[in-house]
Design a protein around this ligand. Structure first.
Ligand code: SF4
Length: 106
């Protein structure tokens, strides 16, 4: 299982459960810890609309995340995009000419 806290938590309640022959409980606890960990580290896309000039540069890079509509306003379509989108979001952050986009780790 790939998760930041998995090994650390094995020394805590997961380890205790495992030593007492409760391997299934240990597995459940480990999965709960990993899910919590992933949730805690979800990225959130934040746009400073006072800076944004709706030039759609970000939309050109990540159209699944950013959309400039006919009303000339930018909309964030996925405030919490999948981790696989991080490179595109980071590219949009770097390419935004107004430096209006940021990533917050919630
Ligand atoms: S690239 Fe920056 S300025 Fe342009 S629409 Fe996106 S957030 Fe706004």
């Amino acid at each position: 299982m790939n998760c930041r806290f998995f090994e650390a938590e094995l020394t805590g309640p997961v380890s205790l459960a495992s030593k007492n022959g409760m391997g299934d409980l240990a597995e459940v606890l480990a999965r709960m810890v990993c899910r919590f960990d992933l949730k805690e580290r979800a990225m959130r896309v934040v746009v400073d609309y006072d800076l944004c000039e709706s030039n759609a540069v970000c939309m050109g890079i990540a159209p699944k995340i950013f959309e400039v509509r006919d009303d000339d306003n930018l909309y964030v379509l996925e405030e919490h995009p999948d981790e696989s989108m991080r490179p595109k979001v980071e590219e949009a952050v770097g390419m935004c000419p107004k430096q209006a986009i940021s990533i917050v780790e919630d």
